[in-house]
Write a protein that binds this ligand. Structure first.
Ligand code: NAD
Ligand code: ZN
Length: 342
């Protein structure tokens, strides 16, 4: 089968022929139909410091996918061959205190497919049956292939009661933009999204934002005034991984505001936390997706009219993967989908 492999500890990926994997006990083999490229895959493609210190080589990468079940391992009886599925990319231990308490997203021994173990940019993927998630017939493949990052957006946004609230999102990457659409879908009042790159804000309005703000060029104070907001944002969703963005968020939240931290910072950051203390802010770190309530809610919202189509900006045949990574590197794309059958 074809597999997109990080062969050497250097930039780039190689499309390589390898053996089709066999599902072991309680595992399922999936024939991949489409996959999409995540920021994590781009880090691995470019082989930055994080990738070099995290990812073993050689390894097949990729973790956002949709496909059909092709073979069931012994004892994997919950699904049928031919069923259309995606899957949770975090494989958990099932034994630790959080796993046993049903909080699998907080497992102490999480392994990421395409990061710590063989991934989904291949014709076939084998994962535990537990991680497989069925896709309703009315969900198109391209939406099903981005349920993992949509799940990050949903997990972060739905950590807070958003009805009637004013929300600030920092970072208009695919996840920030999807979070904007989710906030709008569930009844937020104003959704303001910021980015330092104006190009990334072009889709903001289509993704439900009341207002897109180029960070550093416009004051959030002025924007709040324009929107008739007198006291500050109620909820902040940090989706940029920028300390400057987090500081700006703290400065512009109302007293008692709540913050979801999804963006991953490059190393330690310096923040004026006294403002957060005097404002009585609450912070919640977000990792992955809740298994499997986030999956249920993301699909249910897509079925009830949540529209994420504007961020699906580029599609390439699997063989043309390099073009996909390059449009992302240039900052020209939001979500890039690779078609395994094109
Ligand atoms: P992305 O890199 O495509 O988007 C981040 C955006 O933030 C970029 O458009 C960038 O221009 C913008 N940005 C940079 N500095 C900014 C500033 N000062 N103010 C406002 N915007 C600024 O990333 P993505 O794929 O949309 O993911 C969002 C973040 O979530 C990333 O940091 C990613 O690493 C992280 N992430 C975390 C998890 C988790 O489980 N915690 C999972 C997936 C992604
Ligand atoms: Zn665990």
């Amino acid at each position: 089968m074809r597999a997109l492999i990080k062969q050497r500890p250097a930039s780039g990926l190689a499309l390589t022929e390898i053996e089709i994997p066999e599902p072991g006990p309680s595992e399922v083999r999936i024939r991949i139909d489409s996959a999409s490229i995540c920021g994590t895959d781009l880090h691995i493609y470019n082989w930055d410091d994080w990738a070099a210190s995290t990812v073993p080589v050689p390894m097949t990468i990729g973790h956002e996918f949709v496909g059909h079940i092709d073979k069931l391992g012994d004892g994997a009886n919950g699904f049928e061959v031919g069923q259309r599925v995606s899957g949770e990319g975090h494989i958990v231990c099932g034994q630790c205190r959080n796993c046993r308490a049903g909080r699998e997203h907080l497992c102490r021994d999480t392994k990421g497919i395409g990061v710590n173990r063989t991934g989904a940019f291949a014709d076939y993927l084998v994962i535990p049956e537990h991680n497989v998630y069925p896709i309703p017939d009315d969900i198109a493949d391209e939406y099903a292939s981005v349920l993992d990052p949509l799940g990050n957006a949903v997990h972060t946004a739905l950590s807070f009661d958003l009805v009637g609230e004013d929300v600030l999102i920092t970072g208009a990457g695919p996840i920030g933009l999807m979070a904007s659409a989710v906030c709008r879908h569930v009844g937020a009042r104003h959704v303001v999204i910021t980015d330092i790159n104006p190009k990334r804000l072009e889709l903001a309005e289509l993704m439900g934002a009341s207002r897109a703000v180029v960070a550093g060029q416009e004051e959030l104070d002025d924007v709040m005034h324009e929107l008739g907001m007198k006291e500050g944002f109620d909820v902040g969703l940090e989706m940029s991984g920028s300390a400057a963005a987090l500081q700006e968020m703290i400065d512009n939240l109302n007293n008692g505001g709540q913050v979801g931290l999804l963006g991953i910072f490059h190393g330690a950051v310096t923040i004026d936390l006294n403002k957060a203390i005097f404002k009585g802010l609450q912070f919640k770190g977000i990792y992955g997706r809740e298994m499997f309530d986030t999956w249920h809610k993301a699909l249910a919202m897509l079925e009830s009219g949540l529209d994420i189509s504007p961020i699906l900006t580029h599609r390439f045949a699997f063989e043309d993967f390099e073009e996909g990574f390059e449009v992302l590197n240039k900052g020209d794309a939001s979500k890039v989908i690779l078609d395994l059958h094109a």
